[in-house]
Write a protein that binds this ligand. Structure first.
Ligand code: NDP
Length: 328
């Protein structure tokens, strides 16, 4: 594999260019583990990198915050040729060339051995979105959430994090209410396990009351902004929201009232710097009790490297459904 194909984001004379190029292993960054990539996947952050050029530390870079594949060579004794591995998070695809490439080279500290119960393909249907949904559910359950506490709201439900969260929660016996802006995706969300579908506009805050009708035992929120504002004001007494994204905005207006009058919990979720020991535990559970039932065609669109620039544009517009798998 001396030469291979990759999607490269370049900056020549202040002109950014995103396109498929033929590279050699000399073009890859330093790292102990070289991997023949089998699959990558598309996340919202890849759109921010590839289209908006945010978070890019230097050029040229291969975007792609997720990859799974087989070790080609390793100077770290923990890995040997042929090992099946996953790499996500840290600087992958932002400050260090990532997964939109037939070959990748990464620091050994970032590598996760493929857990039992997952194939390389399944691990990338999950990818960062699946890890984030899992971390959200684990944190909510660690604070005491149980299926009989009442409805759990998932915002941005047809997106990557949202689709997996709906399916995982339903599989664990929760009553899931899915919020979406895609009115034609009701059947899809029901097939994933949602009991009720509501329109995104219903949960975007239009007034600024800090508390109102108590509705949700918990929520998983990849949207943020005025959606999160609404969620904080409608959690039941003792309810919790896992904040994991900003697809709808970053500014949230609230007051101390729901916290001190309703005992609610605002939980932060970060997959990027999540500690390795707990990360391994989360991946192990993703292959076991947290494994979603819908890791199939229902949730997945498969694309090639050349189709990626178009998909990266669409994910920023909130137009992608479920998970987009990149086959290398
Ligand atoms: P997707 O684009 O797949 O999903 C986002 C979904 O949010 C969309 O499909 C849409 O769903 C909804 N949405 C989009 N725009 C708006 C809007 N303006 N107002 C309300 N809803 C909107 O992205 P991902 O699932 O990959 O990521 C979701 C978010 O989570 C991103 O902000 C991402 O950065 C963040 N994230 C954070 C991680 C962490 O470590 N904390 C890790 C992974 C992701 P619908 O049409 O159904 O409403």
């Amino acid at each position: 594999m001396d030469t291979f194909q990759a999607l490269v984001l370049d900056n020549i004379g202040d002109q950014k260019n995103l396109g498929v190029k033929q590279l050699s292993t000399n073009d890859l960054p330093d790292g102990e583990v070289t991997i023949k990539v089998a699959y990558s996947s598309v996340n919202y952050k890849d759109g921010l990198v590839g289209i908006k050029h945010q978070m890019v530390k230097s050029y040229p870079i291969i975007p792609g915050i997720d990859l799974s594949g087989t070790v080609l060579e390793s100077t770290d004794e923990r890995y040997k040729e042929g090992d099946e591995v996953i790499v996500t998070s840290y600087m992958l695809g932002t400050g260090h060339s990532g997964g939109f490439s037939e070959v990748a080279r990464v620091p050994a500290e970032w590598v996760v051995p493929l857990p039992e119960g997952l194939s390389l393909k399944e691990s990338m249907i999950l990818g960062t979105a699946g890890l984030t949904a899992a971390l959200s559910i684990v944190k909510l359950e660690n604070i005491g959430l149980k299926p009989d506490d009442g409805p759990v709201l998932v915002a941005g439900a047809t997106g990557g994090v949202g689709s997996i969260a709906v399916n995982m929660l339903a599989g664990r016996g929760y009553e899931v209410v899915a919020s979406t802006g895609k009115t034609d995706q009701e059947d899809y969300l029901r097939r994933l396990g949602a009991k009720e579908i509501i329109h995104r506009n219903e949960i975007i805050d239009t007034d600024s009351r800090p508390t109102r009708e108590k509705k949700w035992a918990a929520a998983i929120d990849p949207v943020g902004g005025k959606t999160l504002q609404y969620i904080l004001s409608t959690l039941k007494y003792g309810g919790s929201v896992a904040t994991c994204g900003l697809a709808g905005g970053v500014e949230v207006a609230t007051t101390v009232i729901p916290f001190i009058a309703r005992n609610i919990n605002w939980l932060g979720i970060d997959s990027v710097m999540y500690p390795m020991e707990k990360r391994l535990e989360a991946w192990s559970r993703l292959g076991d009790d947290l494994k979603p039932s819908a890791l199939n065609e229902e949730m997945v669109t498969e694309v090639s490297l050349t189709e990626l620039p178009e998909v990266l544009g669409r994910i920023l517009e909130g137009k992608v459904r479920g998970r987009t798998l990149v086959k290398l």
